[in-house]
Design a protein around this ligand. Structure first.
Ligand SMILES: NC(=O)c1ccc[n+]([C@@H]2O[C@H](COP(=O)([O-])OP(=O)(O)OC[C@H]3O[C@@H](n4cnc5c(N)ncnc54)[C@H](OP(=O)(O)O)[C@@H]3O)[C@@H](O)[C@H]2O)c1
Length: 241
């Protein structure tokens, strides 16, 4: 297996943590980013708020420096995300604050990071084989009346993934994929405060998704997915759409 230099955002827990563990097990060099310090001493990490967009160029440089050779990353997994709950109509100040926070974390920061990741990699050639994997969600496809901004931020990220894959300058050099799970067993799912019955009501396999299942798909996209599949979205929804 080709050893890659991989940046995974939000690797301190949940899906990101499972992705990091899987990729480290495969022998890749992995760095992760989160707001709180990584609780795992075996993982190289940068502590920062990704919603702070102005700092992201410097954050990427700091992350590079954690690896043995200070070379560009060749894989970016935009996994960090926050869920926020709202129902309209809302108070103006709360609405503006939540909208900005959700879009900055879930959409704007992956876009800015992708830009700097690509700038670092230039010039592209047939050996580049770079990959960007974006964690979106089932709600990116169908909307959600209780998570308006979250669903919109994930739909924007899904669309961004497709737009990037249409740029012929990246053809066979950089691949872009998205992954859209339904409920996955993490803090984010717990914080929704829903019962097991509510969570699984419209999931045909009758259970929520395990973090290792998402990590498995991300691993496939990072290591093996053919470049011809760029722009694809990989649903992990137990048959639910
Ligand atoms: N769990 C689900 O049901 C589900 C379903 C569909 C899609 N997803 C998506 O999958 C991804 C991972 O979700 P998860 O369930 O693993 O969530 P999680 O358990 O809440 O973990 C989120 C991760 O992102 C980091 N993070 C959040 N905001 C950040 C910020 N502003 N700056 C830096 N790091 C930040 C967190 O670390 P800190 O808190 O330390 O910053 C943590 O490592 C998200 O994009 C989520 O939207 C999840």
């Amino acid at each position: 297996m080709l050893k890659r230099r991989i940046l995974v955002t939000g690797g301190s827990r949940g899906i990101g943590r499972a992705v990091v563990v899987e990729l480290l097990k495969q022998g890749h060099d992995v760095v992760t980013i989160s707001r709180s310090p990584s609780p795992y001493s075996d993982v190289s990490s940068v502590t920062t708020d990704l919603g702070d967009l102005g700092h992201l160029k410097a954050v990427l440089s700091s992350a590079r420096e954690l690896l043995e050779e200070n070379k560009p990353f060749d894989v970016l997994v935009n996994n960090a995300g926050i869920c926020s709950w709202q129902k309209f109509p809302m108070q103006h100040l709360g609405l503006v604050r939540e909208l900005r926070r959700t879009m900055n974390t879930n959409f704007n920061s992956p876009v800015v990071l992708t830009n700097h990741f690509l700038k670092d990699l230039q010039p592209f050639d047939s050996k580049t084989n770079a990959r960007v994997v974006n964690l979106t969600s089932r709600v990116a496809h169908r909307g959600d009346s209780e998570e308006l901004f979250y669903a919109a931020s994930k739909a924007a990220l899904l669309n961004f993934t497709k737009s990037m894959s249409r740029d012929r300058r990246f053809a066979d050099k950089v691949g872009f994929w998205s992954v859209s799970p339904c409920w996955v067993e993490t803090d984010m799912m717990t914080s929704a405060g829903k019962t097991e019955t509510e969570l699984t009501a419209d999931i045909p396999i009758g259970r929520t998704v395990r973090t290792a299942e998402v990590a498995n798909v991300v691993s496939f996209l990072v290591n093996e997915a053919p470049m011809a599949s760029t722009g694809s979205d990989f649903a992990i929804t137990g048959g639910a759409f």
